[in-house]
Design a binder for this molecule. Structure first.
Ligand SMILES: [Zn+2]
Length: 363
């Protein structure tokens, strides 16, 4: 049995706990029972929550896979101050609106049918006469595109930065790396010390494949630098490192743990040389913009593809109802006309929306 690295107590059968090396919300599923006692594991959970909050845009848009449960919905506000809900896959929907016209009439608009039902159930407590199923059957579904910007904050606060230090240390200890200034790092994670060691990295990523978006934590042993470095990259944008050992004399090594990629892990290429070259790059906002825009472009391409597929499959669903198979066992001319018309209308509406948004990049 080992000791908890944050409080030094012995880890026993009674206080052991499964510590995710990287939070599952970020895609991590590697666990260890030898790192933290249950008390420290619970106490530091809030750090990971604070790290995930500003990353929700990426977590949702890229549908980062979880072991259990779904990616939570979250709310955001638009440029014109409206509240919207963001569902997994970065599907934006309007917040629920309720408008009373008079004693017997009201207008309810909800992001989807389940939300509408929930609201109606609540309303029924006050108005027992309403017929929920009839209202839902008569409800009109409306597809709309958001012609507005959505604001986010991507700032990593102190707790989020402590979570980053913790991920790097978790992985380094998991990989049994000899660490120099353990006390300094532990104090910082415990909230009693300063952060004089967690460095932001603004250079080129050492792990890449085409434009794939990659999240990785890795340990890099560099003979040239004489150091062992813990490196963390989140969605190609947030990049940090800690020098874990500065008197390393061994050979070069590299042990990455890829916990998120939208491509195939086996395809990822590694070039530690760019990391060694760029480690001294002075902070440069243009580099950050370059990284963010690249990821946003990729997300946008995916959203466009998803939306095209959604439009087409929705038309097929509608067609099944309009032309039931029992009555229409074969494709008729009427069906083909219906299909091509509906798809054309849907796609055109979408293209018009996109055209207006063609130049949306980060400013
Ligand atoms: Zn502990």
């Amino acid at each position: 049995m080992s000791n908890c690295y944050l409080c030094c107590c012995q880890i026993t059968e009674d206080n052991k706990s499964a510590e995710h090396i990287v939070s599952n919300a970020l895609g991590g599923n590697k666990k260890s029972y030898d790192l933290l006692c249950r008390k420290c594991n619970n106490a530091t959970g809030v750090l990971e929550d604070e790290l995930c909050k500003p990353l929700m845009f990426f977590i949702s848009a890229l549908k980062v896979r979880r072991e259990r449960g779904k990616i939570p919905n979250f709310s955001a506000s638009t440029g014109s101050g409206k509240k919207v809900y963001i569902k997994s896959g970065f599907q934006v929907s309007k917040a629920t609106e309720f408008k009373k016209i008079n004693e017997s009439e009201f207008i309810l608009s909800a992001p989807d049918i389940e939300a509408a039902r929930k609201n109606l159930v609540k309303l029924k407590e006050r108005y027992p006469n309403i017929d929920i199923e009839k209202i839902l059957a008569d409800a009109q579904e409306k597809d709309e595109y958001l012609d507005d910007v959505i604001h986010f904050s991507c700032t990593l606060n102190d707790q989020a930065q402590r979570a980053i230090a913790k991920i790097i240390l978790n992985y380094a200890l998991y990989e049994k790396i000899e660490i120099n200034n353990m006390k300094e790092y532990v104090d910082y994670i415990n909230g009693i010390g300063n952060n004089n060691f967690l460095e932001m990295y603004n250079g080129r990523t050492p792990y890449f494949f085409n434009d794939d978006i990659i999240s990785v934590v890795s340990i890099i042993g560099s003979q040239k630098e004489g150091k062992i470095i813990g490196y963390l990259q989140l969605f190609n944008i947030y990049k940090f490192y800690i020098v874990l050992n500065d008197c390393y004399q061994g050979e070069d090594f590299n042990s990455p743990y890829f916990f998120f990629t939208d491509g195939c892990i086996d395809d990822i290429l590694t070039n530690i040389k760019v990391f060694e070259e760029d480690i001294c790059v002075i902070w440069n906002t243009d580099n950050l913009k370059r990284d963010i825009n690249k990821v946003i472009r990729k997300i946008r391409e995916r959203q466009i593809e998803n939306e095209r597929n959604r439009i087409i499959s929705k038309v097929f669903e509608k067609m099944k109802i309009k032309f039931p198979q029992e009555e229409y066992p074969y494709f008729t001319k009427e069906m083909i006309n219906y299909l091509s018309n509906e798809v054309a209308v849907g796609l055109t509406k979408f293209m018009i929306h996109l055209r207006g948004k063609r130049n949306s990049t980060l400013r």
